[in-house]
Design a protein around this ligand. Structure first.
Ligand SMILES: Nc1ncnc2c1ncn2[C@@H]1O[C@H](COP(=O)(O)OP(=O)(O)OP(=O)(O)O)[C@@H](O)[C@H]1O
Ligand SMILES: [Mg+2]
Length: 156
């Protein structure tokens, strides 16, 4: 099992990690589920990846709108937050999520645990944990061959 873990002592170290990750996904895209409690650093990571990829729009949390999209970089970024949908609502968009896993784009999903069932297509799970200070642990778990190669890239 490939699993890359990185402890980021502050937001600058998270930025370094996000920039390295962006380099590995900016050409072909990727589908990413982010896990972690409220305030862990899911949206913060998405913001930094978007910045690295060259998004010029302001990146905000999609908590209230469910989906934000950004088209100012060379590859589109779709950023979901399923928190408000909860379990019942997520069932209604599972097929839609699948469409966002096909083709060339970067898709981030916060609160994917509300989709309950295992997402069947290739993706990377990023789990963010933290305690009281600015330390954050980001763990990358790939599902599928192409995603495994991406996570291996982080290890180099
Ligand atoms: N090392 C770090 N890495 C990432 N974020 C950090 C770090 N240190 C401090 N932070 C701060 O932690 C906060 C993380 O908030 P963020 O909105 O990313 O949480 P979230 O996981 O998206 O929560 P929610 O479930 O509410 O959407 C931000 O204010 C960010 O600046
Ligand atoms: Mg968030």
């Amino acid at each position: 099992m490939i699993n890359y873990e990185k402890i980021c002592k502050n937001i600058e170290e998270t930025k370094d990690l996000a920039y390295r990750f962006a380099k590995l996904i900016e050409k072909n895209g990727c589908f990413i589920n982010l896990y972690g409690e409220i305030g862990a650093g899911k949206t913060a990571f998405v913001k930094l990846v978007a910045e690295a990829i060259g998004v010029t729009e302001k990146v905000t949390s999609p908590s209230f709108v469910i989906l934000n999209e950004y088209h100012s970089a060379n590859i589109p970024i779709y950023h979901f937050d399923l928190y408000r949908l909860e379990n019942e609502g997520v069932k209604t968009i599972t097929d839609e999520l699948r469409e966002y896993s096909e083709g060339r784009q970067i898709t981030f999903v916060e609160w994917a645990e509300f989709s309950q069932n295992e997402i069947p297509f290739n993706h990377i799970k990023i789990n963010v944990t933290y305690d009281d200070n600015d330390f954050r642990k980001y763990s990358f778990l790939p599902v599928g061959e192409t995603c495994t190669e991406i996570v291996k890239g982080l290890m180099q």
